[in-house]
Design a protein around this ligand. Sequence first.
Ligand SMILES: Cc1cc2nc3c(=O)[nH]c(=O)nc-3n(C[C@H](O)[C@H](O)[C@H](O)COP(=O)(O)OP(=O)(O)OC[C@H]3O[C@@H](n4cnc5c(N)ncnc54)[C@H](O)[C@@H]3O)c2cc1C
Length: 332
Amino acid sequence: MLRTRTAGTLAEVGAWELRDPRLTALLESYALAHGLDPRATPASAAVLPYMEHAFGTWYVRGGMRELARAVYERCLARRVEFRFGTEVTGVLEKDGRAAGLECADGTVTEADLVVAGVAPGVLDRLCRGTPVRGDGGVPARPGEASRVTVLMALRGGRPQGTPHRTVVHAMDREAELAALSGATPGGLPEHPTVTVLRPDDPALVPDAGHEAATVTAVVPAGVAAPAEDCAEKLITAAGRAIPGLRDRLLRHEVRTPDDIAGETGVAGGAVPVPALAAAGGRLLQPSNSTRLPGLFTVGGWSHPGGGLPHAGMSGALVAGLIVEGPEFRGSQ
Ligand SMILES: Cc1cc2nc3c(=O)[nH]c(=O)nc-3n(C[C@H](O)[C@H](O)[C@H](O)COP(=O)(O)OP(=O)(O)OC[C@H]3O[C@@H](n4cnc5c(N)ncnc54)[C@H](O)[C@@H]3O)c2cc1C
């Protein structure tokens, strides 16, 4: 009789299939990058490194803001009206349907449809505490993750052939997993896994005699991460990828979970993960339609989850649901 065994988690895929601990660390870093413990991340997450290996990744020339600018200009061309700096305080409801928005400046805007791109807790507040999200059976996800990022201006140009992205792995896997679970004050172990990005992009620097680089590490959402302590650990770790980093450092800025919370409105500065199958639905995001007819959700906190490509897909799904109707299921 042929007996097969099936890996249930990403850590099991690594333990069963890989002989070199460096390859295991590389595989597991695809879970850690989202704040997920590889021992509890479904084996389906192995699709993430596969996709990257097979298809590569995208970099937006000029940085992420250029993507926002391009979308903004496309919307203007389509006669979309923007109101910046205006806080939405409530979703209006009429005859059991979403009927518009109330804003903090006192304005009320009536609408046939409302599409919300905010975290679940924020949306519940806007709907006066009524949970409107679909998929009521999807349990809340414990232990969401945030990021600490150090943005660095470096003296001296970017050497030719420099890799765009280097992952510096943690020296102590157990200490890192303990920190991710929230057991470490400040959220970071002494030597965290860090991602170092060194884009080959003249738009980021004043001249060829300078380099722009960022270093990111994952911390539990809501952790009080002291900015300069974190910067110290991240810059030390990044020094393994950028020779002479401290001597080249002209200035740096730190972004903590508090900063992310302030900019996105999401409690603890949590960053949504891409939806992953299995794990009892724990890593799925709610559907894009809600219990309130006429109200839809897009963005990282809706299906198919976090990350810009996924957020874009959620927009396409909502467009389909609106135009084609509730039976729309995406591309056929
Ligand atoms: C440090 C960091 C690095 C990342 N790196 C990458 C990466 O390399 N690649 C990638 O694909 N993804 C990355 N992500 C994830 C990506 O940024 C998110 O998945 C994506 O931005 C989610 O888009 P969104 O529209 O759902 O939410 P957001 O981009 O958070 O937009 C939501 C907006 O709604 C506004 N808002 C909230 N409440 C209200 C209200 N009541 N009234 C009015 N406006 C409100 C917020 O101010 C915010 O502007 C990163 C995230 C972080 C934090």
